[in-house]
Design a protein around this ligand. Structure first.
Ligand code: AQP
Length: 336
């Protein structure tokens, strides 16, 4: 039997932060050799909120370079740009016509992001999870490694696939494979540095709320110096009344590679003044090699273009086959 298929992606909507890294990309790297992986830069999703045309292409390159810099290995993985494979938009339209509107209106991320946009909220923002379902289903993905925030969208993807199978195929010959989410308990929800009850997010207007993968050592030190804490001495995991403390200890644990018991013992008697420089040092050490590799890749535009062109060719073959299967099941006249 061949390897199971994995698909995931990140939007080029700004600087990648520790949440994107620890919740998603680092996990992709860790598991990649066991799977046949497709990792895309989901640029069609990036315009579901107001975006800047002047920086979209550059941001797209930057995410692709960061995938490689974080350790995505082309021996196991295909990297491509979502908008370079037109089957994504086409399948999204077909799935739109099968998906009940009220399924989308229930999506938490839509409600949260729509609130920020008032009357300017686009149909695309509501439709985002259908496009995401198309991204996943086109590749017959078995597993989708994501952070906790995407769990509801994954459930919707499964529901849409099941509905297509129910309506247009028999149980013996499903048209679409139903994928499973792969959400690791560690790092699944990295929280903001300014509010330990909110997730770290690219779109948070407060730059201080996140550590970006490309932040300089000085910026990391400053952000951690100013980040929200509490007046209690002694640092502990899992105290519901101390969300910032749990988040910062978890970051320290994940970035240092130490286990939870070791970190709990090491930090049990510490104050923030002692802990913050320690966390800054491990964050800087973890990001330094990624940043060096990123700079090298961004200076090798021909190489990046080759990677993305080859990725697009490979992705288009797999996606095209699924799209044809779905169109056949829906009864379309094939091209003559
Ligand atoms: N705070 C987080 N903790 C753990 N995982 C996270 N992810 C995002 N934030 C966290 C995971 O990163 C992957 C890519 O996310 P995305 O760029 O597609 O969009 P998002 O989930 O909406 O991430 P952001 O940073 O909050 O972006 P904006 O602000 O643009 O919406 C996903 O696997 C996600 O789970």
């Amino acid at each position: 039997m061949g390897k199971q298929r994995v698909l995931s992606g990140v939007q080029p909507t700004g600087n990648l932060h520790l949440g994107n890294y620890l919740g998603a990309i680092r996990n992709w790297v860790e598991i990649q050799q066991h799977y046949d992986n497709f990792f895309c830069v989901v640029d069609l999703h990036a315009i579901t909120v107001p975006h800047r045309p002047a920086t979209l292409a550059q941001d797209t390159y930057a995410i692709a370079a960061l995938y490689l810099a974080c350790g995505i290995d082309l021996q196991y993985s295909t990297i491509f740009i979502q908008s370079h494979v037109s089957a994504h938009s086409e399948l999204a339209w077909l799935l739109n016509c099968v998906t009940p509107l009220n399924w989308l209106e229930r999506m938490i991320q839509f409600k949260e992001k729509a609130l920020k946009q008032g009357e300017n909220v686009s149909v695309g923002l509501l439709d985002y999870p259908v496009l995401m379902a198309a991204d996943i289903l086109l590749y017959d993905a078995d597993l989708v490694p994501v952070g906790e925030d995407q769990k509801q969208h994954l459930e919707l993807t499964r529901d849409i696939a099941a509905r297509v199978n129910d309506q247009f195929a028999g149980p013996e010959a499903p048209v679409l494979k139903i994928p499973d989410p792969l959400i690791r308990s560690e790092g699944a929800r990295v929280m903001s540095l300014t509010d330990g009850t909110r997730k770290m997010s690219k779109s948070d207007p407060l730059e201080q709320s996140r550590i970006n993968l490309l932040d300089s050592p000085d910026d990391i030190i400053k952000k951690l110096k100013r980040c929200k804490t509490d007046p209690i001495r002694g640092l502990t995991f899992d105290d519901r009344d101390r969300p910032e403390c749990h988040n910062l200890l978890t970051l320290y644990r994940l970035l240092s590679g130490k286990d939870k018991t070791t970190v709990a013992a090491e930090c049990a008697d510490m104050g923030w003044g002692q802990f913050k420089p320690l966390l800054a040092a491990v964050a800087i050490a973890a990001l330094e090699p990624i940043q060096a590799k990123y700079r090298e890749l961004m200076d090798s535009r021909d190489y990046l273009n080759t990677v993305l062109r080859q990725g697009q060719e490979k992705a288009a073959v797999v996606a095209g086959a699924t799209l044809t299967r779905v169109k056949d099941a829906l009864g379309y006249l094939p091209p003559l």
